[in-house]
Design a binder for this molecule. Structure first.
Ligand code: PEP
Ligand code: MG
Length: 901
């Protein structure tokens, strides 16, 4: 038979699944011999059964009764006894903490008669009536569903009657008679809104409160919170029934919350708040100003010292920062809750290292105590919004950071203004590859369209530049250089705005920002050992250990020298993806246009010859920056039309020329080419390997440039390690043709230069067909790199440029997925293809090198998956390299732990 109820003495901290965090930890404290008011926990399995059937499991009532009788015996009091009642609290407590999301009812057991008994026993009328009014208020709100404001309003009116204009009353000014009157008012509210009287039967109160806690698992706010925090929906909550102790018995009583270290900064030493003559939520609800925990020492030295001892015991026992709730009832200390406490990112790093130094944990465990998301938070400057800046819009948090600058609406102005020393934010409806310079020049990028894998987002993340994208309430007019925000607000070119890439918020005006010392440290501007900054020191020590603990190698996606150099400083062990498309833009466009328009071999040759030295120079620089480390260079990937002028602009140009009676032959040919190359679905069209097959000489040119650059560097005594990567391969035949051609070029350059060029040729796996036929593809590839952006796009059939902004919010609301599959790898679908690809690829070629270079390579959760499936490396944007290093170590330590178990 399922056991649904556990006495506190029967549980322990490892039973969180069953007893919830609060119940398991109350049990643990009970077993440690700490002063916990006796009680019992109804399991989350009972909740699951209730939620599944709409009714409590049949055995539950009898089990609860049995435990209640035992509790009454321990306490020497009975629930609802008119002369000396036992009172209990009914508190929610799920496996994962969901602060304030679910319900709690205190003082169950009071009614019109037991309130008098309580008053007499306590020798304090005020206390008894205050407890009763709290019960009706909490019960009314959470169990009976009455608007909480109605009770608060009545309480406020009572205070207003009591006080004067110059000295308003607070809750302590209300005496027993006032509170008795308030109870009457509350009872009327209950009757008016439910048609029934407040229940006088204590067992009915307890049963109903328990049900309400069960049901609160599915309240709107709890559902929303779970979705955001990615907590599974089917866990349910446990319910703790705990004998009441009272912090509201007078000034020798009180209640408080405390942390064993400062959860904000991570500083050593206890930290907390205390409120005299108060109960439950009073401390956090801000009804009166609290005292600092240290003040308790003066008020009640004995309790304070006992509390300090208990906190030390708890830290020693949990081997981590703990937070606690406690109550002092007439000089006697009671522990109401403890758990391993939440903390800020900075505190997490500092505390992990403190615990190592205190001999409490080893470095392996310390690496588990922090995570990549926290590291990201530490790396980006943040806004200080305490001055309540004016929010004018909200988009997607595409690339974290806090950027302030003058709004500019085109890249040209962005570059021009930034050259003259202005800080600018580039505002566009969406960006395209031609905006690269503007993006580099800007402090941050704001777009009104596009999702987290839109061009703006991907490029900004790559550069570590702040970006908010898809802020669709903002109407961006690039022609007239202004944007319109809701409420008739207009931002014109030159007006200052602030964008928060971590929250997606867009503010009018300048919001103050603070720089990150952690980035300075990674940049090498701040040597950890030269600084007294405990945070930087902690990051340094944890990252150093992470590098020894991880198995996965970490490379960067970088296609400029600046990015490559930064990636190296940030710990990258090579480049996993050097995209080459930007090398064909700007001034080089004219050669690409000539290549596309070429009629006959001569014209084509001439265009290719013009591009060759430029490409060679690109690779010379990148290979130099990454000397000695592998650099995977991907041959041209995007659809050709992206290199041609915009069709509308071109049409206007041709029409204007015609109206003047002129005829520009080149423009006319361009028009024809644009029409010819126009595709309905360019992402599924002429791109990647298909380009290499259709445009003669294009890939050979790139391979030659790579080979010549490498040969030149080898002659200079350097150690270039280029790897050639073919994108968007779907069949081995495609790859074989390109491979054959590339090998010929490599041989030619080797012969000509007299240098040995052992260059690996591999492919991206970014189409489902490539993954499914990886055994064949591995015949022609020495390495695979999973392009999980395209693989996600083609597995789901989601256009990566459109869907996030278009309908992902609905999908997230409907719970179809908890997070965009473009952000965290969809393990069940796309992940399965990755597994198949690895397994089939290695079946053909056991030493096949396998990595990932899609955006997921730097996503903490996805990195763990890549570790588990046995990839050799992940490659991500330079700014995410430290995150990937840390997460790769955490994954390795975690799997070692599970292997040895
Ligand atoms: C990918 O598709 O995952 C990839 C890395 O290539 P790109 O984003 O350039 O298409
Ligand atoms: Mg791709």
């Amino acid at each position: 038979m399922t056991k649904y109820v556990y006495d506190f003495a029967e549980g322990n901290k490892d039973l969180k699944d069953l007893l919830g965090g609060k119940g398991a930890n109350l049990a643990e404290m009970t077993n440690l011999g700490l002063p916990v008011p006796p009680g019992f926990t109804i399991t989350s399995e009972a909740c699951q059964a209730y939620l599944a059937t709409g009714d409590e499991p049949a055995e539950l009532a009898a089990e609860v009764d049995e435990h209640l009788i035992a509790l009454e015996k321990t306490m020497g009091k009975q629930l609802g006894d008119p002369s000396d009642p036992l009172l209990v609290s009914v508190r929610s407590g799920a496996k994962f903490s969901m602060p304030g999301m679910m319900e709690t009812v205190l003082n169950i057991g009071l009614n019109d008669t037991s309130v008098l008994g309580l008053a007499q026993q306590a020798g304090n009328d005020r206390f008894a009536w205050d407890s009763y009014r709290r019960l009706i208020q909490m019960f009314g709100k959470t169990v009976l569903g009455i608007e909480g404001e109605l009770f608060e309003h009545a309480l406020d009116e009572m205070k207003a009657d009591k006080g004067t204009a110059s000295k308003p009353a607070n809750d302590l000014d209300l005496d027993a008679a006032d509170l008795k009157k308030l109870v009457d008012v509350y009872k009327v509210i209950v009757r008016d809104h439910t048609g029934e009287d407040f229940p006088q039967d204590p067992r009915e109160q307890m049963r109903k409160a328990t049900r309400a806690v069960f049901e609160s698992w599915n309240s709107d706010r709890a559902i929303l919170y779970r979705r955001q925090e990615r907590i599974p929906t089917d866990l349910g909550t446990a319910v703790n029934i705990c004998s009441m102790v009272f912090g509201n018995l007078g000034m020798d009583s009180g209640t408080g919350v405390a942390f064993t270290r400062d959860p904000g900064s991570g500083a050593r030493g206890v930290y907390g708040d205390y409120l005299q003559n108060a109960q439950g939520e009073d401390v956090v609800s801000g009804i009166r100003n609290t005292l600092a925990l240290q003040d308790l020492e003066k008020l009640d030295k004995k309790s304070y010292q006992q509390l300090m001892e208990i906190m030390a015991t708890l830290e020693g026992h949990y081997r981590d920062l703990c937070d606690i709730e406690f109550t002092i009832e007439r000089g006697k200390l009671w522990m109401l809750q403890t758990r391993v406490g939440k903390r800020t990112a900075a505190a997490a790093f500092r505390i992990a290292i403190q615990l190592v130094d205190e001999g409490v944990i080893e470095l392996d465990e310390a690496v588990q105590r922090v995570n990549g998301t926290q590291l990201v938070r530490l790396m980006f400057p943040q806004f200080d919004t305490s001055g309540n800046p004016q929010l004018i819009g909200k988009g997607m948090s595409a690339s974290p950071g806090a950027a302030v600058g003058k709004a500019v609406f085109d890249s040209y102005t962005a570059v021009k203004w930034s050259r003259s020393g202005e800080k600018v934010i580039l505002v566009r409806r969406e960006t395209n590859p031609d905006d690269l310079n503007g993006m580099i020049a800007a402090q941050g990028i704001l777009t009104s369209r596009g999702g987290k894998t839109s061009h703006a987002a991907v490029v900004a993340r790559g550069m570590g530049k702040t970006c908010v994208c898809g802020a669709d309430e903002l109407d961006v007019n690039t022609k007239r250089r202004f944007l319109k925000a809701p409420g008739g607000i207009e931002v014109h070119e030159g007006d200052v705005i602030s964008i928060d890439g971590s929250s997606g918020a867009v503010y009018l005006g300048e919001v103050p920002v603070a720089d990150s010392p952690v980035v300075d440290y990674f940049e090498g501007k701040l040597e950890a050992r030269d600084t007294t900054d405990e945070l930087v020191e902690a990051v340094h020590r944890l990252m150093t250990h992470a590098d020894t603990a991880r198995r996965l190698r970490v490379r960067a996606n970088a296609d400029t020298v600046e990015d490559a150099e930064r990636a190296r400083r940030f710990g990258a062990e090579g480049i996993g993806l050097c995209r080459t498309e930007h090398m064909f833009l700007g001034e080089r466009r004219e050669h690409v246009e000539r290549l596309i328009l070429a009629e006959g071999d001569d014209e084509r040759e001439s265009a290719l010859n013009a591009l060759l030295p430029l490409q060679r120079w690109d690779f010379l620089q990148i290979l130099t920056a990454m000397d000695g480390l592998p650099v995977t260079i991907r041959l041209l990937d995007p659809p050709l039309h992206e290199f041609l002028p915009d069709i509308t602009e071109l049409s206007v140009r041709v029409a204007l020329a015609e109206s003047r009676g002129e005829k520009n032959e080149n423009d006319l040919r361009l028009m024809q080419a644009v029409h010819k190359l126009h595709e309905q679905n360019p992402m599924l069209g002429l791109r990647g390997v298909r380009l290499g097959l259709v445009v003669p000489g294009l890939f050979a040119l790139q391979v030659r440039a790579i080979a010549e650059a490498a040969a030149q560097l080898i002659k200079l005594g350097k150690d270039p390690k280029p790897e050639i990567m073919i994108p968007l391969v779907g069949s081995v035949q495609e790859l074989e043709i390109i491979r054959h051609d590339s090998e010929r070029v490599l041989r030619e350059v080797a012969t000509h230069s007299g240098v040995d060029l052992p260059t690996m040729i591999g492919t991206m796996i970014e189409l489902p067909r490539a993954a499914l036929t990886a055994d064949q593809i591995a015949e022609a590839a020495e390495f695979f790199s999973f392009g999980t952006n395209d693989l996600t796009q083609t597995t789901w059939g989601f256009s990566r440029d459109d869907v996030e902004a278009a309908f992902f919010s609905t999908y997230l609301e409907l719970g179809i997925f908890g997070i965009s599959p473009f952000e965290t790898l969809d393990i069940d679908g796309v992940g399965e293809l990755v597994k198949i690809g690895i397994q089939k690829g290695r079946a053909t070629r056991p030493n096949l090198k396998v990595g990932v270079c899609g955006e997921h390579g730097g996503d903490p959760e996805s990195v763990h998956f890549f570790h588990e499936v046995g990839l050799d490396y992940v490659s991500c944007s330079p700014f995410r390299v430290p995150v990937a290093r840390l997460e790769a170590a955490r994954a390795a330590v975690a799997s070692e732990g599970s292997d040895s178990r």
